[in-house]
Design a protein around this ligand. Sequence first.
Ligand code: ACO
Length: 312
Amino acid sequence: MPNSELAEMVDTSDEWIRARTGIGERRIAAPEETTCSLAVNAARAALDKAHVAPEDLDLVIVATCTPDYANMPATASLVQHALGAPRAAAVDLNAVCSGFIYALATGSQFINTGAYRNVLVIGAEVFTRILDWRDRSTCVLFGDGAGAVLLQPTDTPGGLLSFVLGSDGAGACSLYVPAGGSRQPASADTVAERGHYVKMQGRDVFRFATRVLPDSVLRALEAAQLTTDDMDVLIPHQANTRIIDHAVRRLKVDGTSVFSNVERYGNTSAASIPVALCEAVDEGLVQAGSTVVMSGFGAGLSWGTVVWKWHG
Ligand code: ACO
């Protein structure tokens, strides 16, 4: 969906959206598609690339804030069944736009302890289903998507070098869906009040994001005993070009490639980093031996950064 189509629905323009966010278009899932179906497509592509059969999976983690069912079961269980992975445990992880980073850090712990050998980490969202298409301050920002990685043990040093995860629940209402949970269960009133859609204090989120993104990147690099000079590729959460540019200025990175595809997809929440990672790998930007820093931030408020030595 290009910006021009949104301009026919709400009082906005291609110029405003591009200038404030860098977004030119976004993908909208077809009516029959769900977070599970997008996740399964991404998972199959990752398994094909890794030459691993679904039967060999030990664990499936789905990072999402737009699960197929609001409360139960977990979307990961649906994905595990659809893939045909009978041995795999399955769990959803919701840290909203930081979800994929939290899931990577979590999945890596199972590999590091030797408990599991094949951990599938998926970031998947059909975020457009929780958008209020009458609210121009949010509906122009988001899109749908999914990406997946397979984690395995290896004798080569590398993989996850460090991680930084954080949360500040004081900012919970800066970005949230008021109704549909135990605080405000779904009712005719909550539907009439449009309480099941995302509400956002954009300026608060902007201030938060431009602070935590560079801070957590620096802290994660330090934990890995590295500096910005060692960072080959930075893959920030694809929320907004202005947030990314701001972070890059604060980090003062010259030799680092900063990956961005927000122009084509908008903000796909937990899917944004794995989708960007896949494209960065396909474009040859991320290669065997690259030091890749991936950094997410979002509702919670929450944030997370990993430093990763890519094996290819
Ligand atoms: N089209 C045209 N005008 C708009 C639109 C729009 N789509 N949206 C808001 N405006 C108007 C506002 O109504 C306001 O008008 P007013 O001055 O007459 O009151 C004016 O534009 C300025 O509004 P601001 O909200 O101050 O605009 P700002 O420069 O802050 O940009 C934005 C808004 C792009 C949302 C910015 O605040 C931002 O990027 N925030 C971070 C959002 C984000 O990344 N959220 C996701 C985090 S990840 C996650 O967890 C899902």
